[in-house]
Each structure stands twice: as C-alpha cells, then as structure tokens.
Ligand binder design. Structure first.
Ligand code: NAD
Ligand code: COI
Length: 331
C-alpha cells in the first residue's frame, strides 16, 4: 500500500509521518499542487490525499484513470470544486473530512464580527499610517449583544457559530434550504433569505457553494441590507460578487466585511512556502480597507483541524484501498 499526499504544508508533516508509522504504510508527501501535469508524481501510488480549492477537472480524473488510481481522499470539507460526474466516469472514489473541527471556522466568524464591530481596523490604520495613539470618534463600536445575527446554513459550522454568537448575547435568526426539525429554542428560522438581508446587523455565511447561490450577494442584496450591516464569509468566495462587495463597502451600502474565502482563489493560495506578492487588484483593495478583515482561507487552520484532516483523510484512503466503504464517501 503506497499513498501520496499533495499540497503538504510543514505543519502537516508530523501528523503524516506519525500516521505512516502507526499504520506501517509508505506515505510520500509533496508540496506540489495536484493538476494534470503534476499527477505524474502519483504514478505507482495506490491513492492520493489532497487539499486545494482550485478545480478538480474532468481532464484530471481522466489522468487518474490513465495512471490506474482509484482513490482520492480530500483533507477538507468542501466539494464544490470537484467534477463529480468525471470522477464517477473514471471510477474514482472520493472521500472528504466533513467534521474535522467546525469550531475552528465558527470561531473565526465570531472573531471577525468582534473585530469589525469594535472597529479594530480603523485603530490599526491610525497607528500604522499616522503613528498616532489616541481615541477617535470613528472607533466607537457596537456590542454583539445589541445586534441581530443572521446565519445562513445551520449545519455543523453554522450551529457552532450560533452557539458562540448566542453566548455573546446576540439575537440569532437563520435561514437554511433544509432547516433542522428543532432549533432547541436557540434561534429562529426565517422563511425567506430577504428576511435575513433586511433584519440582520451581522450576516454570517455557512452554506456550501452551489449553482443556485453563485453571487447570491450582489449589488441588489447589498442595497437591501442595513447600512450598518457586517457580512462575514468563511464559506466560499463564489457566493459573493467581489466587485459588488467592494462597491458596497466604499459607498456605504454596508458597513464592513470579514472575508476568509474569495472567488477565484488560485493555486498560489495553497503554496505555504510561497513569497509571491499579490497582484489581484480586488485583493489589494480589500486588504487596505479599515472596514475589512481579510484572511487567506485560513479559518480552518488550528492544530486540532490539521491533526484530524490528515488522520481522517489517510484513514479513509486505507479503508477504500482495502475494499471498504468509508462513511465519508462523497458524490
Ligand atoms: P454542513 O453540510 O454541515 O452544513 C451546510 C448547511 O448548509 C446545511 O445545513 C445545508 O442544508 C445548508 N445549505 C445547503 N445549501 C444551502 C443554500 N443554498 N442555502 C442555504 N443553506 C444551504 O457543512 P459545514 O461543515 O457547516 O460547512 C459549510 C461550508 O463551510 C462548507 O461547505 C465549506 O464551503 C465551508 N468551509 C470553509 C472552511 C474555511 O476554512 N473557511 C472550512 C470548512 C468548511
Ligand atoms: C474546507 O475544509 O472545505 C475548507 O474550506 C478548508 C480549506 C483548507 C480547503
């Protein structure tokens, strides 16, 4: 049994090595991104573990087939970047890690809400740009307990976010395409997304990217949101139209945004050793705005997550290779 792990960061290596030793399996790590050119590195291996947000295309799955590789174990949750039909057509079984640490992402959503509600970006800007250390009227913040938080997607991460926001005293309303049977009295479902847009002071996104929510947050929706609203996206970039978001922030249609996931994330994102400078003009603009907190799709990134992502992904590969059917099969 031989497995290859793509897109490996330094912080994953101890967990990969431990798993190989514990299971007496030959596991090779590479920092390379998986694509139609680099898949040749997987020749002779029995399965691939991977984590990336760029597309897993039909051509890539055709290459899996040519190399006789039947198993792909993701180390992450999201499966929106996978051509599932192509995987199926090429006989590739895929697993994900659906719950490596939902708390890790929920905590970042709440951290962003606090950062933006307390105007920390404005304070940082005054300190960095003017080297001034004093109060300012534009630093006056808002208590979370005085705000209504609208959560879209009440799955694993959304439910943790609700608990944390409730712990800070917020009123929580939520929308889900497939609502839970019971809310345990912790929050209230609304029937229409428009109610979330119109009533929320903070909107936190926790649903997968699908065809029907592509650019859900666009100019029209930003206009429908409160002027003092904060949008937090730790879900997927494609749900928000970035150009419209920048316009909404600059024109005062909304007050602030927490952005962990951005549309068109490139392969550079996964290259933890890269020293390449950003050139994307939207990214540069967002990174300089005091009413924005921008993180490089790192909401997942805690020790607990990394350990679970590596271990569960490699466990899934082993189960698939030995003829079993792990519960984490997707597609
Ligand atoms: P989950 O499957 O447990 O929950 C998703 C919820 O969204 C479900 O309740 C589902 O019914 C609901 N939903 C699906 N489509 C919807 C729609 N169009 N409108 C409203 N609700 C909809 O998933 P999760 O573990 O909570 O993760 C949610 C998303 O978070 C993932 O799909 C992924 O895109 C993202 N994520 C981001 C990071 C990060 O580091 N930023 C890490 C993990 C996951
Ligand atoms: C996920 O697990 O879906 C994430 O968004 C994390 C990322 C490292 C791909």
């Amino acid at each position: 049994m031989r497995f290859i792990v793509y897109n490996v960061r330094d912080d994953e290596i101890p967990f990969i090595e431990k798993w190989g030793k514990d299971h007496q399996v030959d596991v090779t790590s590479t920092t390379t991104t998986l694509n139609t050119e680099t898949i040749s590195e997987a020749q002779g291996f029995d399965g691939i573990s991977c984590l990336q947000t760029i597309p897993y295309s039909r051509e890539l799955f055709d290459s899996f087939h040519q190399l006789g590789i039947k198993y792909l174990a993701l180390r992450n949750v999201g499966i929106d970047n996978i051509d599932m039909q192509a995987a199926k057509d090429n006989g590739v079984l895929i697993t994900n890690v659906p719950a490596y640490s939902p708390e890790s992402i929920a905590e970042v959503a709440v951290m962003m809400a606090l950062y933006l509600s307390r105007k920390v970006g404005y304070m940082r800007q005054q300190l960095q740009d003017k080297h001034e250390f004093h109060f300012s009227s534009e630093f006056m913040g808002r208590l979370i307990s005085e705000q209504t938080v609208g959560v879209i997607g009440t799955g694993r991460i959304g439910r943790h976010a609700i608990q944390l926001f409730r712990g800070l005293g917020a009123k929580v309303i939520a929308y889900d395409k497939y609502p839970l049977k019971s809310t345990n009295g912790e929050f209230e479902y609304v029937d229409h997304l428009e109610d979330i847009f119109g009533q929320s002071d903070i909107i936190s996104l926790h649903m997968p990217a699908t065809q029907d929510n592509f650019h859900l947050f666009n100019h029209e929706v930003f206009e429908a949101m409160k002027d003092n609203a904060i949008l937090i996206n730790t879900a997927r970039g494609s749900i928000v139209n970035t150009g419209d978001l920048i316009f909404a922030l600059e024109s005062g249609e909304i007050a602030a945004a927490g952005v962990d996931t951005l549309e068109n994330e490139s392969a550079d994102l996964q290259d933890s050793r890269s020293t390449k400078k950003i050139t994307d003009s939207d990214l540069i603009k967002l990174s300089m705005m005091p009413n924005v907190i921008l993180t490089p799709h790192s909401a997942f990134h805690t020790t607990e997550s990394v350990k679970n992502m590596v271990t569960i992904s490699l466990n899934n590969l082993k189960v698939m290779f030995t003829g079993g059917r792990p519960k984490d099969i997707v597609g």
